[in-house]
Each structure stands twice: as structure tokens, then as C-alpha cells.
Design a protein around this ligand. Sequence first.
Ligand SMILES: [Zn+2]
Length: 305
Amino acid sequence: MRPKRLFVIIISIIVLFSFSIMAKKPPRLYNDLPGYLQDFKKTVERQAREYPDTFYLSATTGEKVVALTFDDGPDLDNTPAILDILGEAGVKVTFFLVGEKVEKYPEITRRIMREGHQLANHSWSHSDLRDLSNENILDKEIFPTSRLIARLTGNYPRYLRPPYGAIKDRTIELLEQKGWKIVNWSLDSFDWNNSQNTPDEIIEKVERYIHPGAVILLHSGEVNSSTVEALPELINRLKEKGYKFRTVEELIPQGKGDYLTIDKLKELSRTLGVAFVKRSNWPLGVIIGHEGLLIDGDLYHFVFY
Ligand SMILES: [Zn+2]
């Protein structure tokens, strides 16, 4: 019957339309936040919309996968305790490490790597990057941290979480050119906030705002023992809800071609007529760029010949 068919068509259009809206759901910070964090929320949501391939709050997926992320480590107590819990639960996570603490605790840093977690960059000194020039951000905060992690573990992280989640647009643009990913969070556990971070409060917050593709903010610094207490139960609750755990790079992969292998590099040298030389075998030549390329944990520079 005609009216019936028309009804089916209209319903299908509505369903398809709502799917397309769902697919385009703009990135957001899921927490209900107090007044003083409203500006922050607006800023990061705008940055995630404007730089969709560089600045992330979460992963775009309908699958029940989440990334637990731990900032401000390593330290001597909470980070090892967290690693023990994660090992027991068989969960892989991402640690956004502070360079000056990596320098202090190289053994814990290596342990994070050995146990299969992702190591990422949380600046050298935990300064607010908005107060620094782009040049200082790269040379004093970001590059030294990734170089040190690379020296210790063989992996050069190109994932950054700025301290306090705060970064200027023009710093995002600079990092975008260099192929970095900046990953904030879509769900704040508030474990950093002493007025609401009992283990129960941390778990309650995560359960309330959990969503597919969530990037969950937690901490593994010296002061975050409440996080350690909450973690086993937090993992259980998420597992009960059917969530699987992924690292940030599994949820938000670096684009193809971002990583260079030695073979690829040799091919590129022949084509371009430049040599790539390890810093340790410093040759005579013109050095271009102050960062160079890190391959297999070694810093290479371009040299004309
Ligand atoms: Zn931090």
C-alpha cells in the first residue's frame, strides 16, 4: 500500500539522516565541568574541530574501546604500582612522561617500555606551553624529552600531551607540519583534584562519562596514590561494561609514511643526493635543520655531498 511505503521511506530517511549526524558528532570533552573550566573546554573542543588530524580529544569510533592515559610520571612509587596492576590485568596503556623525571628515573622508564605500554611526551619541565615561544617549546620542552626517551628505549615518541592540556594554535600548527599528534582527553577522572579524588569518586566519574573511543585522563606522579587505589576496580568496571583497552597510538595512529626505516632512508638519500649521517659519526658538511631525524633511536642529520 502506498501510504505504508511512504511511511517506510520517511522512516528510512530519518534513520539515515540521524546516522550521518552521529558520524559527524563533533569532538568533545564529556565531563560536566565547573565554571572555571568552561573556557578551557571551549578552547580544546574548538582546537579538536579546527585541527582534526593533529589535535585530539578522543578517537572516532563506535566500538567499545578506550585508552587509559597516565600523566606526570615516572616516579618511584605510584608508577611501579600502576605497572603491577596493569600487568596483572593484562591492560596496555599510554604514559605521558615528563622529561626531567625520565632523566631522574630511567629504570622505571625502561620498565614501562619493556612491559609493552606506549611512552609519550608531556614536555620536559611541565611548564604551561602557552607562556613559551614556539622555539623554546621545541628546543627546551618537546625535543629533549623525546630524544631522552629514544635514547633509553629506542622509540622516539611523536605524541604530545601539553601540560594542563593547554597549547596555542600556532604551536599546534608547527607540530602539525612535523607530523606530531597532540592528544588531550575526552574524559577527566579528576584524580588530580584533591577535593574530589577518593578512589570511589574517580571510578564514579569514569563510569558516568565513559563512551566508545574515550581517552581517559589519569595520573602517575608522586602525588597520585588515590589513582593507584582506584585502578583495579576501575579496570574491572570498564571490562564489565564490555570495554577493551587500547594505547593511544592504537586508537589514533600516526599517518602512513611518518616512520622512516633505514632502507627507505637509503633510497631517499640516493634520490635527493643528500646523506643522512648519525650524530655520533659527525662528518664535515652542511647540517640542515636543528632536529634531524630519529631512526631506530639514533639522531640523523641531513648532509649535502
Ligand atoms: Zn601533567
